[in-house]
Ligand binder design. Structure first.
Ligand SMILES: C[S@@+](CC[C@H](N)C(=O)[O-])C[C@H]1O[C@@H](n2cnc3c(N)ncnc32)[C@H](O)[C@@H]1O
Length: 419
């Protein structure tokens, strides 16, 4: 006889039975739909060439994830898609399970490693170890080289400059004839910490970072949360450190790409902990991507406050703001001008010719989205098609306009070692 209570208790005990929302928390919509994806898209072309070589040599791909935390990097890398897969295809992962040789994750925190083990328990090519990479690679004796040395979400900001140079030199020495290194820091001049911008680039410049965004506003006010130092990195500083590591290891390290990730949607835009003028833009973008939830699009309009003495940065953020707001306003206008009875949009649809090409493309895309879906009766097209597409189009605009200078929450560098 089946006991119904037991069956439900069993389901609850798995931890998979609770309501999940991506409006808040570590795995919010911006992380899943913007940040993870931005890294995947920038990394893809370099990984594609590396994989082609591995296939040519009949070898499998070896990945080392430094500061792997709970092992999210495994999922992030294994779900990078091939470029522009056709809509009819359903197998689109660039790294197939067959081509993967090993994914090894290292973290200094034993609890993170334990959690990663419990999450990745069924993945037979995954190895997880406790280890400290501050200064050199924590490897076994004669451990074979890796093809991809990966970090994510600001992990290298835990290192001092000296530690980073030593580690990168060690990676360069350890790698075989061709390897990629993904370096990830927090950006020096993100708008979300504008109060901390300083005129001089002092070496080893850190901020006291608080993971306050995972707590409610009430708790944030009541409780003193723990902070830890994080190195805030700009492109110029990173380039110097990479050069030092190349010299120290006697190996050429080529910089393939710098990119900024999360310009107006960094997590601390919502807390305002480091910028008195920050607007909670991440919360609104999370709402754009949330199923069955409609968003007040006017809340997306950015009101950038320039900071005196930082013309170069103000110029960049103001351009970004103009493009962002123009796209949002265009979408608001499209929705207001849509006539459901005649299924037409009663406004001028062609963007003015003086706009930058990327912005014109974004505007045309949103026009087509509204034209193509506003008439649908089922499934709330505004909440479930138009708003997520506005989210993706804003993300694309960010990717097109970023300059890889350290002007966002995350600054990443893709490096290539060839011997
Ligand atoms: C920002 S988290 C990123 C975690 C994970 N990669 C992710 O995507 O969620 C940084 C991680 O680096 C780890 N870490 C910091 N310093 C370290 C060190 N010296 N050696 C090994 N791991 C370290 C931390 O424990 C933490 O899990």
């Amino acid at each position: 006889m089946v006991d119904v209570r037991e069956a439900y208790s069993e389901a609850v005990s798995t931890g998979q039975y609770q309501m999940e929302s991506r409006l808040l928390g570590k795995y919010d919509n911006v992380r899943v739909c913007w940040e993870d994806q931005t890294t995947r898209i920038f990394l893809r072309p370099y990984l594609e060439s590396l994989l082609a070589e591995k296939k040519q040599d009949l070898e499998r791909m070896r990945i080392l994830d430094l500061g792997c935390g709970t092992g999210d990097g495994y999922y992030q890398l294994m779900t990078i898609s091939t470029k522009d897969p056709g809509v009819c295809e359903h197998r689109i992962n660039l790294i197939s399970p067959e081509i993967l040789g090993i994914y090894k994750g290292i973290d200094i925190n034993g609890e993170m490693i334990a959690k990663a083990r419990s999450v990745l328990t069924n993945e037979d090519k995954v190895v997880l170890c406790e280890g400290d990479f501050s200064g050199e690679l924590p490897l076994e004796e004669n451990e074979p080289p890796y093809d991809l040395y990966f970090t994510s979400y600001g992990t290298f900001s835990h290192l001092t400059d000296n530690q980073f140079v030593s580690l990168l030199a060690d990676i360069a020495r350890h790698s075989a004839k061709h390897a990629l290194v993904v370096c990830d820091w927090i950006g020096r001049h993100s708008y979300e910490w504008q109060d901390l911008w300083a005129p001089e680039l002092k070496a080893d410049h850190t901020m006291d970072y608080v993971i306050s965004y995972v707590h409610s506003r009430n708790l944030r006010r009541r409780k003193k949360l723990q902070s830890f130092p994080l190195r805030m990195m700009s492109r110029m500083e990173a380039e110097n450190l990479i050069q030092l590591a190349a010299r120290r290891s006697g190996t050429a390290i080529e910089i393939k790409k710098f990119f900024d990730r999360s310009i107006f949607v960094g997590r601390h835009m919502d807390t305002g902990d480091y910028n008195r003028n920050a607007q909670p833009i991440r919360r609104v973008v999370n709402s754009l991507h949330e199923a069955n939830v409609r968003t007040d699009l006017a809340e997306l309009i950015i009101n950038y406050y320039p900071k005196q003495g930082f013309d170069f940065l103000n110029n960049f953020f103001e351009k970004m703001q103009m493009a962002w707001n123009t796209l949002v306003e265009h979408t608001i206008n499209l929705l207001n001008a849509y006539n459901a009875e005649s299924d037409t949009i009663e406004m001028e649809l062609t963007p003015p010719p003086y706009m930058p090409e990327k912005l014109r493309t974004a505007i045309n895309r949103m026009t087509r989205v509204v034209e193509g879906s506003a008439w649908l009766q089922a499934g709330d097209p505004r909440a479930n098609i138009i708003e997520p597409q506005l989210g993706y189009t804003l993300r694309q605009l960010e990717m097109d306009m970023q300059q890889g200078q350290g002007t966002a929450h995350g600054l990443a560098a893709i490096l290539e070692i060839k011997k």
